[in-house]
Design a protein around this ligand. Structure first.
Ligand code: ZN
Length: 675
């Protein structure tokens, strides 16, 4: 039932210290478990005016849909955001008061998560201020400041909205991915109308899906499912359909952008996307995806639409997102070298020959510089993307894969000397490897993961590509990560001069194991399981190789002065184990072996040792760092001459976090509070 969720990997290395420091101010804000950074857009100035104007209009289009994601994440998100913003703007009391400060933090979190649920952990976060304070704030406002439903009084509004914010039992989790419950009813997001059951949804889609179709559309991708007059119907997100108020301005900006396209191919891509937004036809979306994959010559590129399906427990409905970018030509030499050898990597991988691609097709990989991120890529953003997601389009037309290096660069710079490695890395030897090779091998791992990992292997004929159900995202990420881990230690990389030294991979191996076994736990609250697919994948891999290598002590968890560290004794053997697990995960995917796949995930990826967890949280707390990071965009401005003609586009890096969010809520907010 699910489209294979491809990757928008959000791994954020916590401490990479390999780049020379520069004086750009990367850190913007910090609150709760979040840190806000800004990124630079090197090379923007030297683009042509036409390219800049193209980027400008694509960026505008990339901001117009912000409200859509809020509404997709939960049906109360827009009403709550607007209420909080009204209080934040008009509050007449003491803004240093603890209750107001807590409200400010809560609003900043709502902005960050595009709603009231944690962007990564999925749980609803509860305000740090009291319901009484909230009520007193509402009393300050006039009815016209509040997103009231027709005929609703302020009291009725409070009765409805306050429990959604304060009662942990109501709409408690955005997306419930597993467990013995009705996943649709248990999830708080807004992809299915309240009251629909998982059984009804599955029956609806099983009825319209044709199992013999070799080139199926991505069923359900661009609609909410609802019941109208007793009939289940798709409310399609398109011009004239659901979210039309936001989609119309997206289309208007895309029409502007089309005028500045670099070439006919790119213009055709933009025009096809407009046609898709106008018709909502998923066949047109496939046509668009095929055109988009084929556009490899344009320097400017973008994603705008309903793309990733991580937020739907059934993996069908896509959240709205956008990235706008241009190529980093120098760094792309690296990914080109990798993709030029894609067949070599496929042929030499440790998986069974039956599961290999005989002919690797159309792997294009590049390093890009983002200029604007929007929707589900904002403020938390991926560092690598591989699209399209449709299996048959990947099979027949290939995919485009990117590494976003101005984002990884910002992470790297912002973490300089923050004490993380000193606390968690075993010894100076490993720290030295990380310092010397960390930035290079991190980027290389992302390249290999995106460009080769996701694109490798085949699904055997007759196997349902959606057969791994709720486990598919975790296993798919594991497959891509393992491909990268296996090859980052390969002599081929030295031969291609992609790594400076035969030991460089050890930096990545050490960091991966430390992260998977220990340090990624800093993102999880005590008592909770690992939920997010990328995190599950990393724990799955790290715990599996740890256990399988235990008889020979390949990797050890060692105590020193009451603290736990990862110590790797045998790097070569560790690589073999990564290879073995890659072979098994590929087999599971190729054969659609749900039993083995679910066993792997449940056994290794989900549960946490509470004693180790407590220790790690305590050590991390003392560093006063934030485990999750996101970004503000630079402000893109048109510069006009006296005649009003646009003569340049410039970037301004001075906007703050709250400032940007409030501006977006003013300038790019088109939807009603309830949709
Ligand atoms: Zn991935």
């Amino acid at each position: 039932m699910t489209a294979i969720a491809m990757c928008a990997c959000t791994e954020q290395a916590n401490d990479r210290v390999s780049q020379p420091e520069n004086d750009f101010n990367y850190v913007v804000d910090q609150f709760a478990d979040l840190q806000i950074l800004r990124y630079q857009v090197p090379g923007f100035e030297s683009l042509s005016l036409q390219q800049k104007r193209l980027l400008y209009h694509l960026s505008q289009a990339g901001l117009m849909g912000r409200d859509i994601l809020f509404d997709q994440n939960c049906r109360y998100n827009l009403a709550i955001r607007r209420t909080l913003e009204a209080i934040y703007m008009k509050y007449p009391g003491d803004r240093d008061h603890a209750e107001f400060q807590a409200l400010e933090t809560y609003l900043k979190r709502v902005w960050f998560s595009n709603g009231i649920h944690h962007h990564y952990g999925e749980d609803k976060f509860i305000p740090g201020f009291t319901p009484d304070f909230f009520i007193s704030c509402i009393r300050f406002l006039s009815a016209s400041d509040l997103p009231l439903k027709p005929g609703q009084t302020t009291d009725q509004f409070l009765m409805e909205i306050a429990p959604v914010m304060f009662n942990p039992a109501i709409l408690s989790k955005k997306t419930v991915q597993s467990g013995n419950v009705d996943l649709i009813r248990a999830s708080a997001n807004n992809y299915y109308e309240e009251g629909l059951t998982q059984k009804e949804v599955e029956e609806f889609y099983n009825r319209i899906k044709d199992p013999d179709d070799d080139t199926p559309v991505s069923y359900g991708l661009n609609s909410r499912l609802a019941k109208e007059n007793g009939q289940i119907v798709e409310q399609v997100w398109k011009v004239g359909g659901l979210y039309t108020q936001a989609i119309e301005p997206i289309v208007a900006e895309l029409q502007q952008a089309a005028q500045y396209a670099e070439n006919d191919t790119q213009r055709a891509v933009i025009e096809k996307l407009i046609e898709y937004y106008q018709t909502g036809d998923l066949k047109t979306f496939d046509d668009y995806s095929i055109l988009w994959v084929g556009d490899v010559d344009s320097e400017v590129d973008f994603v705008n639409g309903f793309i990733e399906t991580y937020g739907d427990p059934l993996g069908m409905k896509a959240s709205w997102e956008s990235t706008v970018n241009f190529i980093n030509k120098e760094a792309t030499k690296r990914t080109k070298l990798i993709s030029d050898h894609a067949q070599w990597f496929e042929d030499h991988s440790p998986v069974d020959d039956r599961f290999k691609k005989k002919e690797v097709k159309g792997v294009t990989a590049k390093v890009i510089t983002v200029a604007t991120i929007g929707g589900d890529c904002y403020p938390a953003t991926p560092i690598g993307i591989n699209l399209p997601n449709s299996n048959w389009i990947r099979r027949d037309f290939g995919s485009k894969s990117v590494t976003i290096e101005n984002i990884t660069e910002a992470y790297d710079q912002a973490s300089l000397g923050n004490g993380f490695n000193k606390e968690f890395v075993w010894s100076d030897t490993e720290r030295e490897w990380i310092r010397t090779y960390g930035f290079i091998t991190d980027n290389l791992h992302t390249d290999l993961h995106e460009c080769l990992g996701h694109g490798s292997g085949i699904i055997l004929p007759g196997v349902d590509p959606d057969g791994l159900k709720a486990y598919s995202s975790t296993l798919e990420e594991a497959r891509a990560d393992l491909f990268g881990l296996y090859y980052i230690a390969d002599p081929k990389l030295l031969e291609l001069e992609l790594v400076p030294d035969k030991d460089a991979y050890k930096a990545e191996y050490y960091k991966f194991m430390m992260n998977g076994l220990i340090t990624q736990l800093v993102r999880i609250e005590p008592g909770k399981d690992v939920e997010e697919a990328h995190m599950r994948n990393r724990q799955l891999i790290a715990k599996w190789v740890f256990e399988k290598g235990a008889p020979e002590q390949v990797v050890e968890l060692k105590q020193k002065e009451g603290k736990t560290y990862v110590v790797i004794h045998d790097y070569e053997k560790l690589r073999e184990l990564f290879g073995q697990l890659l072979a098994e995960v590929q087999r599971i995917k190729s054969e659609g072996d749900l039993a083995a796949g679910s066993k792997l995930v449940e056994e290794y990826a989900v549960k946490i040792d509470p004693v180790l967890h407590a220790e790690v949280l305590e050590r991390y707390a003392r560093l006063n760092l934030a485990p999750y990071k996101g970004f503000v965009n630079p402000v893109m401005k048109e510069v006009a001459n006296k005649k009003g003609e646009v003569v340049d586009i410039v970037l301004d890096y001075t906007e703050g976090y709250a400032e940007q969010m409030l501006r977006y809520s003013t300038d790019y907010s088109f939807l009603p509070a309830y949709n």
